[in-house]
Design a protein around this ligand. Structure first.
Ligand code: ATP
Ligand code: MG
Length: 289
């Protein structure tokens, strides 16, 4: 059994690759397996907040990641339940974007998530899934610094595949300095159309690149599905809209892979722990990102 909580950041600086959809549907699948889940929305677009709790949640400013950062609060002060069993949320809102500049140059900007999770309630969750903005902003870096694992969703087309190497480089810089024990759980190929020759070609390339460079890729691809947008329009993860749809079943398979991988990699890491550098040390290299 893996040590609680398993903190997983879902990241890709490329927009629209399925980060938020992956967070919501993995949360739903893991929750369905009886796991207690916290979703943290670190993206000022607040898409996973709207998906799980509706737009009205955006008005509750005091219950948000933004409010926690501004007032140095821990997760227990800002967490909200969602309509879905076993899933709680730390919501986001547009104001998070304004905080970015104010935080620039402060050593703590890379430990925001870490500090927020420093309380008893955080330790009760089995999995904490962090949704990030498509950039390398300080919230992304803070999420990576606080996580045990990360996942990169990408779709099987030229731009996305080219971006993978850059994304890995960016994560590795944060990892090297702030979180040497961070594990890469793998790439998730999203919006996959198995009848599309370009998708077939890029899936093969991604898997080949993965093998050559020791980069894991989840076995299941997430098929392209109109139901994902339809589910989002109803403020539902696909899992709660069309549970038996191919995309939903693919997310359930990945959730199972994650449970196995997280437990296995957790064991390996304990034997091999490395000192994190301080946020102040990291400030010196952050400008390169
Ligand atoms: P951003 O970078 O803006 O945060 P994102 O990476 O979080 O975007 P999503 O919001 O999850 O991406 O998805 C982008 C769009 O693609 C949404 O309209 C979503 O409904 C759609 N989408 C996601 N996954 C799939 C899929 N498997 N099949 C079809 N459409 C999908
Ligand atoms: Mg998103």
């Amino acid at each position: 059994m893996a040590a609680k909580p398993e903190i997983i950041t879902i990241a890709n600086q490329k927009g629209g690759v399925g980060k938020t959809t992956t967070v919501a549907n993995l949360a739903a699948s893991l929750a369905d397996k009886g796991k207690l889940i916290l979703v943290i929305d670190c993206d000022y677009q607040a898409n996973v907040t709207s998906l799980l709790c509706g737009d009205q949640q955006l008005k509750h400013k005091e219950k948000s990641f933004t409010h926690a950062i501004k007032h140095d609060l821990t997760v227990d002060k800002v967490v909200v339940p969602t309509p879905f069993k076993n899933i709680d949320l730390v919501a986001s809102n547009r104001e998070l974007d304004d905080l970015r500049e104010q935080l620039a140059g402060q050593p703590n900007q890379f430990r925001l998530v870490d500090l927020m999770l420093d309380c008893k309630q955080a330790r009760n969750y089995d999995y904490i899934l962090i949704d990030t903005h498509p950039s390398l902003d300080c919230f992304f870096q803070s999420a990576i610094a606080a996580s045990k694992h990360y996942i990169i969703p990408l779709f099987p087309e030229a731009d996305s595949s080219r971006g993978l190497a850059h994304q890995l480089q960016a994560v590795n810089k944060v990892k090297r300095y702030l979180n040497p024990n961070l594990n890469f759980l793998g790439c998730v190929i999203t919006k996959y159309d198995r009848y599309n020759a370009t998708h077939q070609k890029f899936e093969t390339l991604i898997r080949h690149f993965g093998k050559e460079n020791d980069i894991p890729v989840f076995k299941a691809n997430i098929p392209s599905s109109h139901s994902i947008a339809a589910a989002a329009a109803h403020n539902l993860p696909l899992y709660h809209y069309k549970r038996e749809s191919p995309a939903s079943l693919a997310y359930a398979k990945i959730a199972k892979e994650i449970m196995n991988l997280a437990a296995a990699q957790d064991g390996g890491r304990k034997k091999n722990s490395v000192r994190k550098k301080s946020s102040r040390e990291f400030l010196e290299i952050a400008a390169e990102l």
